[in-house]
Every structure is written in structure tokens, then in C-alpha cells.
Ligand binder design. Structure first.
Ligand code: R5P
Length: 299
């Protein structure tokens, strides 16, 4: 066991936290989170962090519920004598609103980054949804290490899918679908996507008939409502393509999204384990462990 470091596992992150600690060779502690009858949050660290570097493990899907307990846990770790407090958040929330589109709107990606930067000394995450930003360094004032799942997605596709045709949802996806396709030695196309509302997307698909011997593989960084993929599957069906495989980095699967995707005709759905879900089939823990070793000086 390497002394001086500890993974503190937030509720709902047991698999991530314990496997990360095993991979790095350090101990784990946990955090109890309870609600008082009036809805306020009680937090207690089951760990002695005095003189140790505390590494909090908490994926930030459903961030509104998780943020306050996480910030309390980070503050408690510091109060109890942790020498530093880092955060491993395989999914990083609040990347969407990176501009003021309408007068008066809150630019929440910047505000969220400011809050986390005040509480943590560093951050490790996987493929944050950067739209108009180039890197997390533009909004995070602490070291923020970004990992890329692309090589693992490419390996999975090369191993699991015969004769794949990769399909990215929009022009923005070209930059990461193209390298995945190259690594998987597969052709790729990207679609045009118009988003009219949170649950209303329209995609237009180029002529795909020439690929009808291929297995379509829809690749995206996030599945939220499933609307983008479901709409794409409709077009693929109309073009008499084979049932597609859907592969995603962060499977948020809001509400009935997963059931709806299957009902729409997805043959298989696979996600990385940045967010726990039955579709998790691509393991990010070894890559996360390597990153934590580097940033927290554990190896
Ligand atoms: C958008 O820019 C993202 O890459 C995803 O396409 C989007 O978040 C998917 O959302 P939904 O599943 O709700 O269509």
C-alpha cells in the first residue's frame, strides 16, 4: 500500500472508487450522505484523511443532487486535515451552457467550473462536452486533466462489430468520429443535425444505400433523451440498413431513453462506465487510474 493517499468514495460510485483504489494500490474511505427531514444534507466522512491527499470519486451525472454533498465532503476533508483534495469525476456536468444565447441567461459552465475550482486542487474527467471551448483550462482555474475514451471505443468496435460503418450525429462529431473510424479501420459518415428543443431533434442523413452491407455504428459522446440516436435509427430503417449498434461515452439515459432506443430498433447499446448503467461495456478505470497516479503523484 502506498501511504499518504486515499480515495474517498461518494454514494453511487462504489465500483469506480474501489476499483480505482485497487488499481492505484491505495486505501478507500466512504462518505455517508443523509437527508434531514427538512431536506438538508448530512455528510460524514468514514475515513481518516489527516495528513493525506484525499481523492474524491464522484461522477457528476444528475449533478444538481450530487453537488452539495460533494462540496460538503471536500470541505470536510480539508477541515479534517487533508493535505490536498482532488476530484475524479468521469462525467463532468454543466458543459452545455457555455454562452449567453438569450439576454439574462446564466453561463452555467463557467459558474460550475468556478465552484469546483474553489473546492478542489485538481480534477480528472473523461471527454467533457466542449462545444465552443477548446479546453477545460479556459474555465477551470485548477489543473483539469481530460481523458479520451476514443481509443477504447475503437478497440471495442474493431473487436465486436463485423464490417462497421461509423456514424457521427453532427458536424461537431467529425473531429472525434474520424479518428475512431481510422483506428477501427472502418469508414465513417457524419450527419447534419438540427436541434429544435430539448427533445426535438432532426437529423438528415446522406445517401447510405452503398453501405448496406455494413453494420451501422452510431457513435456519440452523450446519450441523454436518446432523441438523436432514435431519429437516426428511423432514417437507417427507411434506407433498409442493418439494425445499428449504438456506442456512447456517457450514457445518461434520461427517463425511458434506453427502452426507447431498443424499441426504435437498436441492435446493441454499449457505454463506458463513466456513469453506472447496465449498458456499461467499456472500462475507463485503468485509464483513470493512470491519470490519477500522474496528477496526484501516486506513482
Ligand atoms: C450533442 O451535442 C451531443 O453530442 C449529443 O448528441 C446529445 O447530447 C444527445 O442528446 P439526446 O440523447 O437527448 O438526443
Amino acid at each position: 500500500m502506498m501511504p499518504g493517499r486515499q480515495i474517498i468514495v461518494l454514494p453511487g460510485n462504489a465500483d469506480l472508487g474501489t476499483r480505482l483504489a485497487d488499481a492505484i494500490g491505495i486505501e478507500t474511505g466512504t462518505v455517508q450522505v443523509q437527508r434531514f427531514p427538512d431536506g438538508e444534507t448530512y455528510v460524514r466522512l468514514d475515513a481518516s484523511v489527516a495528513g493525506q491527499a484525499a481523492i474524491l470519486a464522484c461522477s457528476l451525472d444528475r449533478a444538481d443532487d450530487k453537488l452539495l454533498p460533494l462540496l460538503f465532503a471536500a470541505s470536510a476533508a480539508r477541515d479534517l486535515g487533508a493535505t490536498s483534495v482532488g476530484l475524479v469525476a468521469p462525467y463532468l456536468a454543466y458543459m452545455r451552457q457555455d454562452r449567453r444565447f438569450q439576454p439574462g441567461e446564466a453561463v452555467t459552465s463557467a459558474y460550475f467550473a468556478r465552484i469546483l475550482s474553489r473546492h478542489f486542487d485538481w480534477l480528472v474527467t473523461v471527454d467533457p462536452h466542449l462545444h465552443r471551448r477548446v479546453s477545460l483550462g479556459e474555465i477551470y482555474s485548477v489543473p483539469a486533466m481530460t481523458l479520451h475514451a476514443a481509443p477504447l471505443l475503437a478497440d471495442w468496435i474493431a473487436r465486436e462489430v463485423q464490417n462497421p460503418l461509423l456514424i457521427g450525429p453532427d458536424g461537431e462529431s467529425e473531429q472525434w468520429v474520424a479518428p475512431i473510424a481510422r483506428a477501427a479501420r472502418a469508414p465513417h459518415i457524419v450527419l447534419d443535425k438540427i436541434r429544435r428543443g430539448d427533445r426535438d431533434v432532426e437529423v438528415s442523413i446522406p445517401a447510405v444505400e452503398r453501405w448496406n452491407r455494413h453494420t451501422p455504428v452510431l457513435v456519440d459522446d452523450i446519450i441523454s433523451t436518446g432523441g438523436t440516436m432514435i431519429e437516426t435509427i428511423g432514417h437507417l430503417k427507411a434506407a433498409a440498413m442493418k439494425p445499428p449498434v449504438c456506442i456512447v461515452v456517457h450514457g445518461l439515459f434520461v427517463g425511458r431513453a434506453y427502452a426507447d432506443l431498443i424499441a426504435a430498433g437498436a441492435d446493441r447499446v454499449v457505454s463506458t462506465n463513466t456513469i453506472p448503467h447496465p449498458t456499461n461495456g467499456i472500462d475507463m478505470v485503468p485509464m483513470l487510474a493512470q491519470a490519477v497516479r500522474k496528477i496526484a503523484g501516486t506513482g
